[in-house]
Design a protein around this ligand. Structure first.
Ligand SMILES: CSCCC(=O)C(=O)COP(=O)(O)O
Ligand SMILES: [Zn+2]
Length: 199
């Protein structure tokens, strides 16, 4: 399947960028109303193939085979249920996302950047807010927090888990990747500005 092949290539590339160290990160692709391909838990992301993906329904039940879906499957499924346009979800442990999540509380407002157009804004004058949730191993708890937030803020484009990493989604693999690259760049800019201004 073309989109899954494309996603596997993207994952390898992101691994080589150093955004998926030590088996971290997870990725999914919505196939139809009730089927999602998701990366297996604990697998090295530089060596993944299309055959490694688990197929689950929107409640996280395996639809076939014996694969162990990502431990963070519930977060992917919450995004698909709350953002019907989302067809691909990416989660990485990129350095800038992880560092900025530790430095800032609650949310990161991104304003004035030309690259905000990656999120569908017409001009640099708009604002994109990236919320930061406390990290937790309790996925149902985290999924409830995320669901409540997305209900209140339906235009959300992604979020951070504190000291953990970033989640982003898109209407197809290429849009999710573009938005991930844009966010990582904007986080790097914000971190550099914080260093320069001594904040
Ligand atoms: C070794 S990374 C810790 C788990 C994690 O945060 C992650 O992104 C990967 O979890 P998965 O179950 O999808 O392999
Ligand atoms: Zn993670």
């Amino acid at each position: 399947m073309e989109a899954l092949r494309e996603l596997v290539e993207v994952i390898r590339d992101l691994y080589l960028r150093g955004w998926l160290p030590a088996t971290s990160g997870n990725f999914s692709l919505r196939m139809d109303e009730d089927s999602v391909f998701i990366t297996p838990s604990g697998k090295h992301k530089g060596k993944l193939t299309e055959r490694d993906f688990a197929l689950v329904d929107l409640e996280g039940n395996l639809k076939d085979g014996q694969k162990k879906p990502s431990a963070e499957t519930l977060l992917h499924l919450t995004i698909y249920s709350m953002v019907p346009s989302a067809k691909c979800v990416m989660h990485v442990h990129s350095p800038n996302a992880t560092v900025i999540s530790r430095l800032v509380n609650d949310k990161i407002p991104l304003k004035g950047y030309e690259l905000l157009k990656a999120f569908g804004l017409d001009t640099h004058e708009g604002e994109v807010v990236i919320p930061i949730f406390e990290n937790s191993q309790d996925m149902p708890f985290l999924a409830r927090k995320l669901k409540d937030y997305l209900f209140e803020h339906p235009d959300t484009v992604g979020f951070l888990l504190k000291s953990h990493g970033v989640y982003i989604w898109g209407e197809q693999v290429s849009q999710a990747l573009m938005r991930l690259e844009a966010l990582e760049f904007l986080f790097e800019c914000e971190l550099k500005l914080a260093i320069i201004s001594g904040k």
